[in-house]
Design a protein around this ligand. Structure first.
Ligand SMILES: [Fe+2]
Length: 287
C-alpha cells in the first residue's frame, strides 16, 4: 500500500474522532486499531508536508488538508527537519524544534523517553525497548502546535477553549510524526498516550483492550514525570507520593502490569538517575 494512502488514513481516523458522538466510540476504536496495524510512510516527501507563512505572518505546518500552528522559532527548525533526508536526523531536528518552542516540554520528553525505554526493558521488550524509548521521547511533539503561553499556564485555570487547544496535541503529534516518516509505534504513541483504560482519556476515548501497549507504557511514565516535575507554579509530588498515586490509578485508569514494573524500575540505578534529572530540570505537565 503506498505510504501516502496510509497517511491519508491516519488523517481520516483523526477526522473521525471529531465526529465520534455521531458514529459511535466502538467504530472509532475499530478504525483506530485497524490503522495502528498498518505501516506508516517512510519518507517525508510522500506526505507533501511543508512549513508556510500565512499572509498574516503566522507560521503553520501544512500536511495535506491539515494545518498545525507553529511558533516562529519552531517553524524555522521544523522547516529544516522536513528537508533533512536522514530519518534519525529529522526526528532529532523535530525534538530541537520542541526545545526551541518550549524547553520544559523538551526536558519532560527526554525523561519520558528514558523511563519508557527502561520500563519496556523490564516488560521484556528486549531489542525493541529503544524504539519504545523513541516513542516516549516523541510523545509530546504535537505540543509544537500549542502556544507556549498555554503550555506554561496553570492547568486548573484553563477554560474550555484552552483545554480543547491543548488536547489537540496528540493529533498534531501523530500528523507531524507521520509526515516525518517516523515509525508506526511513535505515531501511535503520540496519538494515544492520553488514552486511559477506563475510557476517560482523549482524543479518541479508547478503553480497555482498545488502548495500545505503547499508550499503556507512556501513560504511566508520562503521568509519573508530570507529577514529580511539574512546572514552577505547582509544587511537585515526592517520589513516594507519586508512586502512591500511580497505585491508586492502577487497574482503573493505568495498566496495572506497567505500574508495578515501573515502580520496580524506579528502584534501579538507571531509574533513580532519570528521577534525579527530573529534580534538576522540571518540565512535565498533566495535559
Ligand atoms: Fe501529552
Amino acid at each position: 500500500m503506498p505510504s501516502s494512502v496510509e497517511t491519508m488514513m491516519l488523517f481520516t481516523v483523526q477526522g473521525r474522532a471529531r465526529t465520534r458522538a455521531t458514529i459511535g466510540a466502538a467504530v472509532v476504536a475499530v478504525a483506530i486499531s485497524t490503522l495502528l496495524a498498518l505501516p506508516v510512510a517512510a519518507m517525508p516527501g510522500s506526505t507533501g508536508a511543508r512549513v508556510r507563512r500565512t499572509f498574516t505572518g503566522r507560521r503553520q505546518l501544512v500536511v495535506g488538508r491539515r494545518k498545525m500552528p507553529l511558533s516562529k522559532a519552531a517553524a524555522k527548525v521544523l522547516d529544516g527537519a522536513l528537508r533533512e533526508p536522514d530519518l534519525q536526523r529529522r526526528l532529532v531536528k523535530a525534538l530541537q524544534a520542541l526545545r526551541a518552542h518550549d524547553q520544559h516540554a523538551f526536558e519532560h520528553s527526554r525523561r519520558v523517553g528514558a523511563y519508557a525505554r527502561l520500563l519496556a526493558r523490564a516488560l521484556g521488550y528486549g531489542a525493541e525497548a529503544p524504539m519504545v524509548g523513541l516513542a516516549g521521547a516523541l510523545h509530546d511533539i504535537g505540543k509544537l502546535g500549542v502556544s507556549q503561553k498555554l503550555l506554561s499556564g496553570k492547568s486548573d485555570k484553563l477554560g474550555k477553549r484552552q483545554l480543547r487547544e491543548i488536547r489537540r496535541h496528540p493529533g498534531y503529534g501523530a500528523t507531524l510524526l507521520s509526515a516525518l516518516g517516523a515509525d508506526l509505534r511513535s505515531v501511535r504513541g503520540a496519538l494515544t498516550h492520553h488514552e486511559r483504560l477506563d475510557g476517560a482519556g482523549y482524543p479518541l476515548g479508547l478503553s480497555g483492550a482498545g488502548v495500545p501497549a505503547v499508550a499503556r507504557i507512556l501513560g504511566v511514565v508520562d503521568a509519573f514525570d508530570a507529577m514529580t516535575s511539574q512546572r514552577s507554579y505547582n509544587k511537585p509530588m515526592s517520589k513516594a507520593q507519586a508512586v502512591a498515586r500511580l497505585r491508586e490509578l492502577s487497574g482503573t485508569s493505568l495498566d496495572a502490569r506497567c505500574v508495578e514494573a515501573f515502580i520496580e524500575v524506579l528502584d534501579t540505578s538507571s531509574g533513580r538517575a532519570v528521577f534525579a534529572a527530573s529534580q534538576r530540570h522540571p518540565g512535565g505537565s498533566e495535559h
